[in-house]
Design a protein around this ligand. Structure first.
Ligand code: PMP
Length: 411
């Protein structure tokens, strides 16, 4: 770690997250469930409040000023996300409800239209259910083959196996950039290159990546990229599908109805151009505007600075947790985002989580919507502590003390 860098202003930042001053079970609230959802800065809370108090009006349809302002703000949010992902144009940014809906959209439109019997879809052994089940359903429907890239014991994908799996039948590769259950950062850029070489199209699940690192979809050269607003310090109910124009234009609409049409008669409907073609009905316009504010906020902190600080937290937590007798970290890939999944010998993760709750510590216990990953590592569930840039080393110390208390309770 270089010492010339200014320290990350975590104490100042914490003041911008009102929930962090709450107590939980009479203890200082230690929020370590950031991979499930992130807390919201005042900037986002106040933007939503101001919008609902003073500005609320539906987009697209109004000729009056408030409606036009909402429309403009949503389009500005689209441009902010375009720049955030470095997409070529804002029309490649589609607003959806979240990562799950974005993947379902691609499976139901691109997948249904282009994939044919015996084509192969490659996913990995460390995917979230959101990036498994839609492909599995599609495979059943169309007689496709779903193949799984294996993971090594440390949580890294077996890239040699992956390269061997790619072939003329591979139509689509759908991989996560960061595993939500192990923290592994996959080398998606190289994986995309290899997939393209084999003629395959690639969807990247960025739900756990965008909160932690700079993402450049042109540099990655992915065909699709998805993420959820609520994990990136924005509101719930809004997420993003990025798609290359050529794909989005070739795909049929997902849902149909208002706002996605060019003209409607009882005989025939013609569809709007992208992005409207994929945004049927009233979108979560207040939340879209709030997501734009969240992106501004992240940019003001700097993704590189966030990444550096969170990495420090990860290293600190890994060192401290590794010293606890009976604790095994699941997922020890050299390149990890700031989360730690662990097992405590003889103690069920739900019991770990419940006791930690008594000490004000919020962690996640369960299969993390990644049952195949749990199966691969031979555990029914893990306890997961996931860190954001507003967490501190002192909070990790509280976690360590909490785990020691759990061990005492179950001794
Ligand atoms: N992919 C990954 C890697 C995730 O962690 C999650 C959320 N846990 C999702 C997809 C689904 O996100 P959402 O529930 O917001 O649609």
């Amino acid at each position: 770690m270089t010492t010339s860098l200014a320290p990350f202003p975590v104490e100042k930042i914490r003041k911008e997250f009102p929930i962090l001053t709450q107590k939980m079970n009479d203890q200082a609230f230690v929020y370590l469930d950031n991979a499930a959802t992130s807390q919201k800065p005042l900037a986002v809370i106040e933007r939503l409040s101001k919008f609902y108090r003073n500005e609320n009006a539906n987009i697209h349809r109004g000729v009056y000023t408030f409606s036009q302002n909402s429309t403009r703000e949503c389009e500005e949010a689209r441009e902010k996300i375009q720049h955030f992902l470095n997409a070529k144009e804002s029309a490649e940014i589609i607003f959806v409800r979240g990562a799950t809906e974005a993947i379902n959209l691609v499976a139901a439109t691109f997948g249904r239209k282009f994939l044919k019997k015996d084509d192969e879809i490659l996913i990995s052994e460390i995917e979230h259910h959101a990036n498994i089940v839609p492909w599995q359903q599609l495979a059943e429907e169309k007689g496709l083959k779903l193949r799984v890239i294996p993971v090594k014991d440390n949580g890294e994908l077996d890239l040699e196996a992956y390269e061997k799996m790619l072939g003329p039948r591979t139509y689509l590769v759908a991989i996560t950039q960061v595993s939500n259950s192990l923290g592994t950062i996959n080398p998606v850029r190289e994986m995309i290159k290899a997939a393209h070489h084999a003629g395959a199209v690639v969807l990247v699940d960025g739900a756990q990546a965008v909160p932690h690192m700079k993402v450049d979809v042109q540099d990655l050269d992915c065909d699709f990229y998805v993420f959820s607003g609520h994990k990136v310090y924005g509101p719930t109910g809004v997420g993003v599908l990025y798609g290359k124009r050529k794909h989005l234009e070739a795909m049929p609409p997902y849902q149909t109805g208002g706002d996605m049409i060019e003209s409607v008669t009882f005989e025939k409907t013609t569809f709007a151009k992208i992005p409207a073609k994929f945004e049927a009905g009233t979108p979560a316009f207040a939340e879209i505007i709030g997501l734009g504010t969240a992106i501004d906020y992240l940019k003001s902190l700097g993704l590189d600075e966030i990444n550096r600080y969170e990495h420090e937290l990860l290293e600190y937590a890994t060192e401290k947790l590794s010293k606890i007798p009976g604790l095994t970290i699941i997922g020890t890939a050299p390149d990890k985002a700031s989360l730690i999944s662990f097992e405590l010998e003889g103690i069920h993760p739900h019991d770990v989580g419940t006791v930690l709750d008594q000490y004000g510590i919020a962690v996640r216990a369960g299969h993390h919507c990644a049952q195949p990953t749990m199966k691969r590592f031979g555990v029914p569930a893990t306890t997961r502590a996931s860190f954001a840039f507003y967490n501190t080393k002192a909070e990790i110390d509280v976690l360590v003390k909490g785990i020691e208390k759990v061990i005492q309770v179950f001794k």
